[in-house]
Ligand binder design. Sequence first.
Ligand SMILES: C[S@@+](CC[C@H](N)C(=O)[O-])C[C@H]1O[C@@H](n2cnc3c(N)ncnc32)[C@H](O)[C@@H]1O
Length: 244
Amino acid sequence: MKNKWNSTIENEKCEVPAKFDNVASSYDWLTSLNPGYRKHLTWSAKRLGLGPTPRILDLCCGTGISTEALLDVYPGAKIVALDASLQMLECAKRKRRLSNVQFIHGNAENPRQFGVNDSFDGIMMAYGIRNVPGRDTCLANILTLLRPLGRVCFHEYSVVDSRLASALWNLVSLGIIIPSGRLFSGDASIYRYLRRSVLEFDGVRRFEERLKELGFVGVHTEQMDGWQRNVLHSFVAARPEAPA
Ligand SMILES: C[S@@+](CC[C@H](N)C(=O)[O-])C[C@H]1O[C@@H](n2cnc3c(N)ncnc32)[C@H](O)[C@@H]1O
């Protein structure tokens, strides 16, 4: 049953891209204070396990830090990157390293509505699925955008299965993330939402089940290191082989 907290979070999800517009200019700098941010994105990119010249979709690409991690691991990749925040996308487009990336302004819930029709070898969604209001719709659409045996990685926080992880998450978000967000971007609302949305997001087992119920195969979860162990995860899954 949904409680008041859940329904508030659901309403807030629609406003998330606009909130990111407000913090876009400070986003890369703020994330650079977290030494694990880029390293863990690179781990998730590697865990996609793609070949040397893959076609990749980066959903919720933001300022392109996840896109850069994908290019670090797959320098020969052709990447389409989508985000709903125009200001975050503007920051990504300014990066010379990303000049060959095709950027699309759109909603990750249904990328096809925004002209994303290809079949991808891999899809990365870093800090995205938690924010999309129609979680199952988004996941079902992702499945159809993968080629048979294509792989997806959801790089995402999930803490509710572990009391220790939930307590650590509260400590870090209340003690570091929200105060630094307020100090350096002048707008802490997205960081307050971040804390609550992580506490609301599926536990690891529930998210894995959700993926299996929707038809993904090879579903498994890999860990990060440091304080983000059991807090941030790579959820990896694949599209089944096409029937003969
Ligand atoms: C925390 S940032 C992550 C950016 C990037 N993936 C990274 O790892 O640095 C989350 C991004 O998701 C975007 N976003 C949130 N909801 C979205 C939606 N429904 N469709 C597309 N983008 C969305 C936001 O605009 C924001 O840029």
